[in-house]
Design a protein around this ligand. Structure first.
Ligand SMILES: [Zn+2]
Length: 323
């Protein structure tokens, strides 16, 4: 059990402020105690729930993959051309044209990490592999996922396998590791960084995507901030708290790209009105019966883009390298 109100990121114990935060994804409205560190700004849960699995019901989204089949031969060939054009040094006219015609996908996020089409990829907290199936269909061939909350191992084919394993059971090393909105769900943050260090090849990069507690969003919504998602999110990092924990674990942060969207506004505005994320009249569940008009949502998207440029959006992508 962690000590009361001692920051588990920077270890500061003074002037940390407590908050009681409600579960508003499923709308149980159960309250959980959090505190905000006065030094690094990280908001964190006071004590971890005894049975965290109970807060990941079947409709949480861990299992929601629909199409698991591979694309046909021609489509697969074209996609691979595009992937190699974007990530490798293999420029081709076909790749160039496809890149113009098809809007940039998830592979764009991997480019700053120096990922190549033949890189071995590990995704920590992958669920059933929504993102990973997408990457396999784009032409990546060596993909591993891990998630303790899935029901069992999922071996899709020779290119993609997902294990129901603890991080300590995974063996590497990998050319690239990513965590897409999973770090905030994990109790022992330093331990996670230790495994990242063990599993990444020297000189290769790690990408961590998390919600970020920025001054703008915290001042605007406080405990009604949609991305808080109590009690599943144990840590709502700030850029400062990420710098502290990365440095302690001997990683340098090479780049930070903010990638927040309209979610930060509509989810929070709904909580202000006591509307849980998964209720029938939530924008997340049903755009048409939600509170928001299309132009309001467009306004949220525009505002998010502006905030991202100023490093104030509520989600970011951290690129780290072991020192
Ligand atoms: Zn702190």
């Amino acid at each position: 059990m962690p000590e009361a109100n001692k920051c588990r990121i920077c270890f500061n114990e003074t002037d940390n402020k407590s908050y009681s935060i409600r579960e508003m994804q499923f709308g149980t409205r159960e309250e959980f105690e959090y505190f905000e560190c006065s030094h690094c700004g990280c908001l964190q849960i006071k004590s971890y729930p005894e049975d965290p699995g109970k807060y990941y019901p079947d409709d949480y989204g861990l299992h929601n993959v629909t199409k698991t089949g591979k694309p046909g031969k021609l489509i697969g060939w074209l996609r691979e051309k595009k992937l190699k054009h974007v990530l490798d040094d293999k420029k081709s006219l076909t790749g160039f044209l496809l890149n113009l015609l098809i809007k940039p996908g998830f592979e764009q996020k991997l480019k700053p990490a120096g990922v190549k089409s033949d890189s071995s990829i590990l995704d920590i907290g992958s669920g059933a592999g929504k993102i990973l199936l997408n990457l396999r269909n784009k032409g990546f061939k060596d993909i591993t996922g891990t998630d303790i909350f899935i029901d069992n191992d999922l071996i899709y084919d020779e290119c993609l396998r997902i294990f129901k394993k603890e991080l300590s059971e995974i063996e590497g090393p990998f050319d690239f590791i990513m965590m897409n909105h999973s770090l905030e769900h994990m109790p022992e943050q330093d331990e996670v960084f230790g495994h990242l260090r063990r599993l990444i090849k020297p000189g290769k990069m790690i990408m961590i995507r998390i919600p970020v507690k920025t001054d703008y969003i915290w001042d605007m919504f406080g405990i009604k901030w949609g991305s808080l998602d109590a009690p599943r999110h144990f840590y709502l990092h700030t850029q400062k708290s990420m710098e502290i924990i990365a440095a302690r674990n001997k990683f340098s942060i090479e780049k930070v790209l903010f990638d927040s969207g309209s979610y930060q506004f509509y989810s929070s505005e709904q909580i202000i009105r006591d509307i849980p994320l998964r209720s029938a009249n939530s924008y997340y569940m049903n755009k048409k019966s939600s509170l928001f008009s299309r132009s309001e949502i467009r306004g949220f998207v525009k505002k998010a883009e502006e905030l991202n440029k100023n490093h104030q959006g509520d989600c970011a992508c951290f690129y780290l390298k072991p020192l």
